[in-house]
Write a new protein. Structure first.
Lengths: 120, 113
């Protein structure tokens, strides 16, 4: 089965601890993304990576870190510097084709099932 | 810059009646537009997407959406609601330049028996 897996499904953390959320995809997609979702809000982009060994900050990167050592894996670390980490975290991947003339990418982002992080 | 506004945070319909979820967008480019659905504690599933082909887009589970450039709208509709449609729905715009998506704040759909 092709898809995106995230683990764990639920994660509890004490204040001051770093935790790492796993995201793996076997779709052979180049790009991977991490989003945060809070109640009543849409998704906000934390980090994204278009290619192995390269990643960029999204809109709310402070207090988070990522790595992209392998194409299929994009783990997210929530550090103790993140002041309000309790949220639902979603990972996504996308196949990026070159778009002649810089037009809009029509490729779809596919989402994993999410990890719910709670800080105790 | 791009943005998405979902005009209703909550919509309630009776089973068997039509569904209308409203979405307006703004984009500096010719946008791609998407509707995703999210059931509780699950990831997002793509319902349909518009990519500058036909303006009326058909998706899964009987949903469809119409791209209206003059109104900058991309409303989601379904002729007859089913109990399983109860979920949160997100309208999403992509301008493609940075391959990033901008999400609306979501519309919670309740289907009453």
């Amino acid at each position: 089965d092709g898809g995106i897996t995230q683990s764990p499904k639920y994660l509890f953390r004490k204040e001051g601890q770093n935790v790492t959320l796993s995201c793996e995809q076997n779709l052979n997609h180049d790009a991977m993304y991490w989003y945060r979702q809070d109640p009543g809000q849409g998704l906000r982009l934390i980090y994204y990576s278009q290619i192995v060994n390269d990643f960029q900050k999204g809109d709310i990167a402070e207090g988070y870190s990522v790595s992209r050592e392998k194409k299929e894996s994009f783990p997210l670390t929530v550090t103790s510097a993140q002041k309000n980490p309790t949220a639902f975290y979603l990972c996504a991947s996308q196949r990026n084709r070159g778009i002649a003339g810089g037009g809009a990418s029509t490729d779809t982002q596919y989402f994993g099932p999410g990890t719910r992080l709670t800080v105790l | 810059a791009q943005s998405v506004t979902q005009l209703d945070s909550h919509v309630s319909v009776s089973e068997g009646t039509p569904v209308l979820l409203r979405c307006n967008y703004s984009s500096s480019y010719s946008p791609s537009l998407f509707w995703y659905v999210q059931h509780p504690n699950k990831g997002l599933q793509l319902l349909l997407k518009y990519t500058s082909a036909a303006t009326l887009v058909k998706g899964i589970n009987g949903f469809e959406a119409e791209f209206k450039k003059s109104e900058t709208s991309f409303h989601l509709t379904k002729p007859s609601a089913h109990m399983s449609d109860a979920a949160e729905y997100f309208c999403v715009v992509s301008d493609g330049s940075a391959r990033q998506l901008t999400f609306g704040s979501g519309t919670q759909l309740t289907v009453l028996p």
